[in-house]
Design a protein around this ligand. Structure first.
Ligand code: ARG
Length: 459
């Protein structure tokens, strides 16, 4: 009986096991890094006389040929192999013969994959940093152009005090600046080369690990071979930093969506970055902002997923770690797309300055300044607070803003008011007087913008 289906069953199971175990479908992304690492390894082996110069030359030229052929599409990465490391080595041996078989001397796939992933992440960090910098450049331009674009500043999503669009953008400038700092820190901390750690316990060949590290532009070689092959901290740090970038983008998108709503109309998203409805002809939806907000979940998911994968793993390498790739690749791709699209959307967005200023006035964001006016004319703050409360109530009943009240109306509530009250509660005055460092007043903002500009020139 068993014979009738046994053979077939075993075969299918084998295929499933093979597919489940293989990583080539996704780690083929590491092809360039794998070749870079192998060239450095072979160069070092020749320097240490483990390989002859001829063998090294054959290996390096062979690897360069593979790299070129993969780039040009002449050589297809075959999914017949278990992973990218096997593919590169097998192709090399097929092309150059005997010397190809010596490349893996003093190396394991464990330190090889640890290296490839680090090289990949370092490249991506530099790219992500560029994207963040481009976003900061757009924000700085909007800041420079909107020093006197008055708008309500909010707490509890209730209009609070007047600020400017420059100031609001400046808040996000600080957030994305910190994001760049975090990426920079991660790069520095992960800047050690694991190659030469072998499977877990180093190797008996006389490797010069410092030389390999130098060839690959690392600051130094790692100091513990077991840690080297099982350290994925830098990926967790990266996923955490990327989650923070997404959190910032998501908050920003939420504001754009609110500002773009029919009720606010503070901004108009460019046609290129909005979409219509198949049924409601009047619609122009902020889909890109919503999608960026939505994709935040999957980047957080990658962080949670991979933290959970790593939890409880004994030293040193375990196959669980192969799970790092799809999660990290997806999170990196997602953040790159989100940053690119978000920057384009901001760069082409129109700001409705009138609507912003009108909203600031209608929300009594200058009420604190009206109270300050009374205090400056000898009224105790507690009394001033009560008087302005009456003014606001009066305005709400009449459906007007503070600057639309006549002087007689003001004086009926308090005789202390004079003609200068209008000047004192104008948006311009309210903002201008906020001149502490970091405040929206024009002079304070100009000083900060100068620092932002310098920062972008230097970093
Ligand atoms: N595909 C593996 C990974 O991504 C490469 C390392 C394999 N090592 C091993 N001992 N099977 O982790």
């Amino acid at each position: 009986m068993a014979q009738l289906w046994g053979g077939r069953f075993t075969k299918e199971t084998d295929e499933l096991v093979y597919r489940f175990n293989a990583s080539i479908s996704f780690d083929q992304r590491l092809c360039e890094q794998d070749i870079r690492g192998s060239i450095a390894h072979a160069t070092m082996l020749a320097e240490q006389k483990v390989l002859t110069q001829e063998e090294k030359t054959a290996i390096v030229e062979g690897l360069e040929g593979i790299r070129e052929d993969v780039r040009s599409g002449k050589l297809e990465i075959s999914e017949k192999f278990e992973d990218i490391h096997s593919f590169v080595e097998a192709t090399l041996t097929e092309r150059i013969g005997e010397p190809g078989k010596k490349l893996h001397t003093g190396r394991s796939r464990n330190d090889q994959v640890a290296l490839d992933m680090k090289l990949y992440v370092q490249d991506e960090i530099l790219f992500l940093d560029e994207l963040l910098k481009e976003l900061l450049q757009v924000l700085l331009r909007i800041m420079e152009e909107n020093l006197d674009t008055y708008m309500p500043g909010f707490t509890h999503l209730q209009k609070a005090q007047p600020v400017t669009l420059a100031h609001h953008m400046g808040a996000y400038f600080e957030m994305f600046k910190r994001d760049r700092g975090r990426l920079h820190d991660i790069y520095q901390r992960m800047n050690t080369c694991p190659l030469g750690s072998g499977a877990l316990a180093g190797t008996t060949y006389p490797l010069d690990r410092a030389y390999t590290a130098k060839l690959l532009s690392f600051e130094s070689a790692t100091l513990n071979s077991m840690d080297s092959v099982s350290d994925r901290d830098y990926l967790i740090e990266l996923l955490s930093a990327l989650s923070t970038v997404m959190m910032h983008l998501s908050r920003f998108c939420e504001e754009i969506i609110i500002w773009n709503s029919n009720e606010y109309q503070f901004v108009e998203i460019d046609d290129a970055y909005s979409t219509g409805s198949s049924i409601m002809p009047q619609k122009k939806n902020p889909d890109i902002a919503e999608l960026v907000r939505g994709k935040t979940g999957r980047v957080y998911g990658a962080l949670m997923g991979f933290l959970t994968t790593m939890k409880g793993l004994p030293l040193a390498y375990n196959k669980d770690m192969q799970e790092d790739k799809e999660l990290a690749f997806d999170a990196i791709d997602t953040v790159k797309d989100c940053l690119t699209l978000f920057t384009g959307m901001m760069d082409t967005m129109a700001f409705r300055k009138d609507a912003m200023e009108k909203s600031a006035k209608n929300g009594f964001t200058n009420a604190t300044d009206a109270a300050d006016y009374l205090v400056n004319h000898g009224v105790a703050f507690r009394d001033a607070h009560g008087i302005v409360g009456q003014l606001v109530l009066y305005c709400i009943e009449k459906g007007i803003s503070l600057d639309e009240m006549s002087l007689e109306e003001y004086r009926k509530i308090s005789p202390v008011f004079e003609e200068e009250i209008y000047q004192a509660i104008s948006m311009e005055t309210c903002v201008k007087r906020r001149m502490t460092l970091g405040a929206p007043g024009e002079d304070a903002m100009r000083a900060v913008i100068e620092l932002c500009r310098k920062y972008l020139e230097e970093k």
